[in-house]
Write a protein that binds this ligand. Structure first.
Ligand SMILES: C[S@@+](CC[C@H](N)C(=O)[O-])C[C@H]1O[C@@H](n2cnc3c(N)ncnc32)[C@H](O)[C@@H]1O
Length: 385
C-alpha cells in the first residue's frame, strides 16, 4: 500500500507502510509462532487469515485540530498541532468519502476544536463507525455541554446532508488526558444502535461498545471459533469479555448448548441481549443464550455449574493485558474441556498459556485484523490434557 501521508512524513502511525503485504503477513505469522513456541510446543498453525491491505477499517477515530471554521481531522503532531488525515486509506471507502463531508459540516456549524496546549475549546474527537449495511454511527467527543444545543438544533440538517448516518451521539470527555472518550454518552438520534450484519447475524452496536475494527476479518474470526465449537460439541459455552456478543451469538447460532456471555459494559450487554432476542425470532433451533454484566477477572462471581459437566468450552477475548492470574487459576481448576482464546497481544497470550498447564494448545491461527501495523489477532484452541 502506498500512502502520501506516510511518504511525506506527516503520519507515521502505520509502522509497516511500504512493506509488501505478503511479507507483513509472513513476518507476523513467524513472530506469533516464535512467541508461542515454549508455551505451545505441539500446536498446529493454520494458514494466516489475510485482510485487504487497505480500506479495511470500519472505524475512524479522528482527533480534531485546526481552528473554528477550518478544522483538521486526523492526529496531533509532537507540538499538539492538528494534522489532517481525512483521506487516510486504511478506512473503508464509504468512510473515506464521508469524512470530508463531516469536516465540512463541523466547519459550517462552527464547532470549536479543542486546543490541547491551551486546554481550551470543545470538540476533541470525531468517531465514525461503518456498518456492512452502509449505515454509519457518528460520535462527537466534546469537552463540555456547551455545543450540545447547537448540535441538537442542527441535527435535521446534518441527517439530510449525510443520510447514511443512522446514529449520532455526543460523548463528554471533560478531562485533559489522553483518553479518547468519557463515560457520558448522549444519543441525539431516535436510533441508538448501529446494526452490524456479520455472517448472517445482525449484531447491535451502541455508541460506546467495543467492536472489532476490521469487519471482514472479524467475520472470519467468529467463523473459526464457531467451526471449532461445532467440532468439540460442548454442552455449554461461557464467553468471557463478550462485548456485544460476537462469539456467544455464533455459538448460539451453532446450537451448541447453553451459552452465557459475561461483559463489564452494561451497554454492550444490552446490545447482545437485543441480538439474542432477534436471533431467536423465527429460529427455534437457536440455543439457550443469556448475557450478564460482570467482571471476568473476578471468577468467584461466575456460575461454576456452567463448566462442571466436563464438556464445556470457555471463550476468552480479553483486552491487550490478557486474562491475568486469577482467571487463569479459575480455568485451571474448572472442568472446562476446551478454551478458545482470541488475543490481540501474543505476548500476554504466551504468558497466560504458561500458567494453564492443564491445557494443551492444539491449534492456532493468525487473523490479520490490522494490516500496515505490527498489531495482530491470534486465536487458539486449548484442550484439557
Ligand atoms: C477485545 S474486546 C472483545 C469483545 C468481544 N469478544 C468481541 O468479539 O467484540 C474486550 C471486551 O472486554 C470487555 N472487558 C474489559 N475488561 C473486562 C472485565 N474485567 N470483565 C469483563 N469484560 C471486560 C471490554 O468492555 C470489551 O468489550
Amino acid at each position: 500500500m502506498q500512502c502520501d501521508y506516510f511518504d511525506s512524513g506527516r503520519c507515521a502511525s502505520c509502522a509497516l507502510m511500504g512493506v509488501p503485504y505478503a511479507v507483513q503477513l509472513a513476518d507476523k505469522h513467524r513472530r506469533c509462532e516464535l512467541e508461542l513456541a515454549d508455551a505451545a510446543p505441539d500446536v498446529v498453525w493454520l494458514d494466516p487469515f489475510a485482510s485487504a491491505e487497505s480500506a479495511f477499517r470500519n472505524k475512524a477515530k479522528l482527533v480534531v485540530g485546526g481552528r473554528t471554521g477550518a478544522v483538521t481531522l486526523g492526529i496531533l503532531d509532537a507540538e499538539a498541532n492538528g494534522v489532517d488525515l481525512r483521506a487516510c486509506g486504511l478506512h473503508e471507502q464509504p468512510l473515506q468519502q464521508l469524512i470530508p463531508r463531516v469536516a465540512a459540516l463541523v466547519d459550517e456549524m462552527g464547532l470549536e476544536p479543542y486546543d490541547v496546549s491551551a486546554r481550551r475549546g470543545e470538540l476533541k474527537h470525531v468517531i465514525l463507525t461503518l456498518s456492512p449495511a452502509g449505515t454509519v454511527m457518528l460520535r462527537f467527543v466534546l469537552r463540555s455541554r456547551r455545543h450540545l444545543a447547537l448540535l441538537q438544533s442542527r441535527l435535521p440538517m446534518l441527517l439530510a446532508r449525510v443520510p447514511d448516518v443512522a446514529v449520532v451521539s455526543v460523548n463528554l470527555q471533560p478531562e485533559h488526558k489522553a483518553v479518547l472518550e468519557g463515560d457520558t454518552e448522549i444519543v441525539l438520534t431516535s436510533q441508538d444502535v448501529l446494526a452490524m450484519p456479520v455472517n448472517g447475524l445482525t449484531l447491535n452496536l451502541r455508541p460506546n461498545s467495543f467492536f472489532q475494527t476490521n469487519t471482514a476479518v472479524a467475520a472470519g474470526l467468529y467463523r473459526q471459533a464457531q467451526e471449532w465449537m461445532r467440532e468439540v460439541s460442548p454442552d455449554a459455552v461461557l464467553d468471557l469479555y463478550c462485548g456485544v456478543g460476537g462469539f456467544a451469538l455464533h455459538a448460539a447460532q451453532a446450537a451448541v448448548g447453553r451459552v452465557v456471555g459475561v461483559e463489564v459494559s452494561p451497554d454492550a450487554v444490552l446490545s447482545a441481549e437485543r441480538t439474542a432476542r432477534e436471533l431467536r425470532t423465527g429460529h427455534p433451533d437457536v440455543g439457550d443464550v443469556e448475557f450478564q454484566v460482570g467482571d471476568a477477572t473476578d471468577p468467584g462471581a461466575l456460575d461454576p455449574d456452567l463448566v462442571r459437566s466436563g464438556r464445556a468450552t470457555v471463550v476468552v477475548n480479553p483486552p491487550r493485558r490478557g486474562i491475568g492470574p486469577d482467571l487463569a487459576r479459575w480455568l485451571e481448576q474448572s472442568d472446562a474441556a476446551h478454551v478458545i482464546y482470541s488475543s490481540c497481544n501474543v505476548s500476554s497470550l504466551a504468558r497466560d498459556l504458561a500458567v494453564l498447564p492443564s491445557y494443551v494448545t492444539r491449534r492456532a491461527r493468525l487473523f490479520d485484523m490490522f494490516p500496515q501495523t505490527s498489531h495482530h489477532e491470534v486465536i487458539v484452541l486449548l484442550e484439557r490434557r
